[in-house]
Design a protein around this ligand. Structure first.
Ligand code: HPA
Length: 266
């Protein structure tokens, strides 16, 4: 799979970015891009979700070589954890050292206003903690150790760069813990109160499997959630995919500015 990508491009980016729901317009900021549809890469599982395009872009952003994954796979689509994280292994084979992951997330933290980004400082792998971890199965030592450390799953230096970029741009950047659930159903009020009580700030259905595999393979991770909706802990309001996409569109320009500035500082 990596060879199929390498055959199409000469750039060798060290940084990759995964675009989450509603954040696809970020891909328009990439210059001189070679676009490779996922279906042109042998064995690449193709995403089925509205709001997720399906292509790999290799080009430049702020004069830095970059690889952008425009569209990702989710466990709720029916893929195995191995399939969901297969692209990360391809990125590792391609020599990607820094992985910037973005997603749309619900703001469990009631002080969060939707339409603002959150720096992920840590995660709760509720989906995999007692179940399908993407590293389950035989370990390939060429990628990483059997029991990888997760005490710094989100790189502190990259987090600090994001903080400084946000401060310089006067963009509000919340910070907090992201939880990954299986989905695709949104949470019940009781589930949201449970998440709130165990220290969750943002809830979503992606990212964590990718981050685990990235860490296993020695990549540095920066995670940014776009807070697209406020979680209703008492069922005050319904959550819809349309709202997530619509707020994602408000968020996208802020995310573009922030991520461009981060990449410029790498
Ligand atoms: N819950 C789960 N995933 C999400 C949400 C949410 O409220 N918003 C965006 N992705």
């Amino acid at each position: 799979m990596a060879k199929a990508v390498q055959d199409k491009v000469s750039l060798q980016p060290k940084t990759a970015m995964i675009l989450g729901s509603g954040l696809g317009i970020l891909s328009e900021a990439v210059e001189n891009a070679t676009v490779i549809p996922y279906q042109d890469i042998p064995n690449w599982p193709v995403s089925t979700v509205e709001g997720h395009a399906g292509n790999l872009m290799i080009g430049t952003l702020e004069e830095k070589d970059i690889l952008v994954m425009n569209g990702r796979l989710h466990y709720y689509e029916g893929y195995t954890m191995e399939q969901v994280t297969l692209p990360i292994r391809v990125l590792q084979r391609l020599g990607i050292e820094n992985l910037i992951v973005t997603n749309a997330a619900g703001g469990v933290n009631q002080t969060f206003t939707p339409g603002n980004p959150m720096l992920i400082t840590d995660h709760l792998n509720l989906l995999g903690m007692a179940g399908p971890n993407p590293l389950r199965g035989p370990n390939l030592e060429t990628f990483g150790p059997r029991f990888p450390d997760m005490s710094r799953a989100y790189d502190r230096e990259l987090g600090e760069i994001a903080r400084q970029a946000a401060a310089d741009l006067e963009i509000t950047l919340y910070e907090g813990v992201y939880v990954c659930l299986a989905g695709p159903s949104f949470e019940t009020p009781a589930e949201l109160r449970f998440l709130s009580s165990i220290g969750v700030d943002a809830v979503g259905m992606s990212t964590v499997p990718e981050v685990i595999v990235a860490n296993h393979g020695g990549q540095r991770v920066l995670g940014i959630s776009g807070i697209t909706n406020k979680s209703s802990l008492y069922g005050e309001k319904m959550t819809t995919h349309e709202e997530v996409i619509a707020t994602g569109e408000i968020l996208a320009p802020k995310m573009v500015k922030l991520l461009k500035s981060v990449v410029a500082r790498l």
